[in-house]
Design a protein around this ligand. Structure first.
Ligand code: HEM
Length: 200
């Protein structure tokens, strides 16, 4: 059977499922995390209560721990299936850094081509890999903030408990920034959203 490019499955079902579960987990974690942060702020500001989740510290912690497991197992399965199916290598590598530069320049001039949506461009590959790294960093620094005595090596690698809180905060900020840009890019090329829903 001959398949035209519209019928080609670009994002397998499992990937789409993980992507949208990840979105739910990240939203719950960020909103409840802001409420937890407000109870003992590291910096000279707090988040408006209206955009936080949980109502009070205890409630926010319950949301945070529940969503944490969702993010953790979802992420682990995503990494596992991506690796064993060879998709990780095929979709994300190689990344040519010369292409990253030329594509960023073209994007800023509004001249980035979107002819073949079935392949990620070099900037996308790098941004998605960074999103994965931010999430891994969030989980690791979160483990230290949660169970600092039980994870001494991880705690020392993060520069101690207080520093782990700062790492956790900056990894959250980086993920929020990624999501904002990511959603803007999707809005510019809405066909990609259809692909992340239908697969093709
Ligand atoms: C929680 C925040 C989010 C994270 C961490 C995230 C992460 C990612 C990652 C890592 C990929 C690449 C997946 C792969 O191929 O293995 C991806 C693709 C994609 N995401 Fe997200 N995402 C987030 C939120 C969103 C939202 C809110 C939307 C919709 C508005 C969205 C729409 C898409 C689309 C359409 C693609 C495919 C892009 C393409 O094929 O060109 N994502 N996302």
């Amino acid at each position: 059977m001959v398949m035209n490019s519209d019928q080609k499955i670009v994002h397998p079902f499992w990937l789409r499922t993980f992507h949208w579960i990840n979105l739910v987990a990240v939203i719950l974690l960020i909103l409840s995390g802001w409420r937890i942060y407000n109870a003992s702020p590291i910096f000279a500001f707090t988040f408006p209560k209206e955009i936080t989740l949980g109502g009070w510290l205890g409630g926010a912690l319950l949301w945070h721990f529940a969503a944490m497991w969702l993010l953790f197992f979802n992420g682990l399965l995503y990494l596992f299936l991506n690796t064993v199916t060879g998709r990780f290598k095929a979709r994300f590598f190689p990344i040519r850094f010369g292409d990253v530069f030329s594509e960023l320049t073209a994007a800023f001039k509004g001249k980035l081509a979107h002819d073949d949506l079935s392949e990620y461009n070099a900037v996308q590959k790098l941004a998605y890999l960074f999103a994965v790294v931010f999430i891994v960093l969030l989980v690791l620094s979160g483990l230290v903030v949660w169970k600092s005595v039980q994870f001494p090596l991880l705690r020392e690698l993060m520069g101690g408990y207080d520093n782990a809180r700062i790492v956790h905060f900056f990894a959250m900020s980086a993920l929020v920034a990624f999501t904002a840009v990511h959603v803007m890019m999707v809005a510019l090329v809405p066909k990609t959203l259809l692909m992340m829903i239908r697969g093709r």
